[in-house]
Design a protein around this ligand. Structure first.
Ligand code: AMP
Ligand code: GLY
Length: 420
């Protein structure tokens, strides 16, 4: 089977490495991939948002399975373009990808179908939004409606911060047109859990749960990032809570999308908060999470290519989806200064036989050099979470590049929760 994967980050590298384990897969192309992914796939210089070129490439190269991983091409309709050329494709079409593409859409969907989430109001006029934050309780959460590289969420501790958030999103348009509408919602508290799921629109199979570490610095301090590390499973996510989520959130979401004529097929990501009043949805993503994928897929024992094809065919109920009863930890190594200013271009040395997922690196004169904020993710699996974390940090020590920065407390909170 010839497979094509759209995207070029750590998530795509994790998908590619797992697909490579399948006996059926003989060739993998990454569009565009990156310098590290080049060790596992043939990288083709076509950007993830160049939808027509992606579809043409797939048709010309007799691709048997296309996997669209990032949010942008999904929301722009890459799956529709590939399917129009007769390519078997994994991922939601444009109509279903709106579940991530518009927060106003997903909040209205949850309200209409009684899926638990934070109370909210949507505004298209800055003036009205400003009037609202003048009287609402604080802290309050202000979210740009559209995609914003995972940065479109501002938690305002005070009324002044809320006013500034509305102004920067709606008037200064710091997230561009994504800020033409805002969702202002109730601030919730509780442990966060990420649950990725496979679904063909009929059957939904949750994957092993995980925990992201979004802040840049140890102790969950510093700026929000794309994610500095992950562990799986998430110890807060007990079998009872999993059952509750299936009944009140997962199944109702799949049914709601069907009723709206927007059947979702692919990987649906549930960002959950376990509040005192039960699990609530913080966000939906229409794709594999990053870096969640870097701990979830290493634990997958079944054939990923088979699962993806069965989803395309609407036969997920017949597929085997089995996860190892083990733990995984991923430590992200970044360029010092990320997510703000950082330098790149430094040579990376790392072992070859490890689960290292390269995100921000390129080949220069045949050598791998840093080229982004998040450079790579180092994953280890083990019988226990404590061992997995230990092993991951040991592997981190065998990797070097100038300016390397990583958090030293990935999984610490999860370990404390385990011991309770
Ligand atoms: P999102 O991009 O929607 O996942 O939001 C980013 C992060 O902001 C989440 O992972 C939460 O930590 C936080 N967040 C989002 N919405 C809320 C909320 N209603 N209450 C508290 N924290 C939130
Ligand atoms: N790690 C969160 C996300 O992929 O959006």
């Amino acid at each position: 089977m010839k497979v094509l994967v759209v995207g070029g980050g750590g998530r795509e590298h994790a998908i590619i490495k797992k697909l490579k384990e399948s006996k059926k897969v003989s060739k993998i192309y990454a569009l565009p991939g990156n310098g590290g992914i080049a060790a596992d796939a043939e990288c083709v210089d076509i950007g993830a948002k160049e939808i027509d070129r992606i579809a043409d490439f797939a048709a010309k190269n007799d691709i048997d399975l296309a996997v669209v991983a990032p949010d942008d091409p999904l929301v722009l309709g890459a799956v529709d373009a590939l399917k129009a050329k007769g390519i078997k494709t994994f991922g939601p079409d444009r109509r279903a990808a709106i579940i991530e593409g518009s927060k106003a859409f997903s909040k209205d969907l949850m309200k209409k179908y009684n899926i638990p989430t934070a109370a909210y109001e949507t505004f298209s006029e800055a003036e009205e939004a400003l009037r609202y934050v003048e009287n609402c309780p604080v802290p309050v959460v202000v979210k740009a409606d559209g995609l914003a590289l995972g940065k479109g969420v501002i938690i305002a501790e005070t009324r002044e911060e809320a006013v500034n958030a509305v102004k920067t999103i709606m008037e200064d348009r710091i997230f561009g047109d994504s800020g033409s509408k805002v969702v202002i919602e109730e601030f919730l508290t509780g442990p966060e859990v990420s649950v990725l799921s496979f679904t063909d629109g009929k059957t939904i199979v949750p994957m092993v749960s995980s925990m992201d570490h979004k802040r840049a610095l140890d102790g969950d301090k510093g700026l929000n990032t794309g994610g500095m590390g992950t562990v799986a499973p998430n110890p807060y996510y007990t079998p009872e809570i999993a059952l509750q989520c299936m009944e009140t959130i997962f199944r109702p979401t799949i049914d709601a999308m069907n009723k709206e004529g927007r059947t979702f097929s692919g990987c649906l990501y549930f960002g959950l908060m376990l509040t005192e009043k039960g699990p609530k949805v913080i966000e939906y993503n229409c794709r594999f999470g990053d870096p969640e994928t870097q701990v979830v897929l290493p634990l997958l024992e079944s054939d990923l290519a088979d699962i993806m094809l069965s989803i395309y065919e609407g036969k997920l109920d017949e597929a085997e989806v089995r996860f190892a009863d083990k733990s995984a930890a991923c430590v992200v190594m970044a360029s010092e200064g990320y997510p703000s200013k950082y330098e790149t271009g430094f040579e990376i040395t790392m072992p070859e036989d490890k689960n290292i997922y390269v995100a921000g690196a390129k080949l220069k004169d045949g050598r791998l050099v840093t080229a982004g904020g998040r450079v790579l993710g180092v994953t280890e699996t083990a019988e226990t979470l404590a061992e997995a974390i230990d092993k991951a940090y040991q592997t981190v020590k065998t990797i070097s590049f100038e300016n390397a920065y990583y958090r030293t407390d990935i999984g610490k909170r999860a370990l404390m929760a385990e011991r309770k």
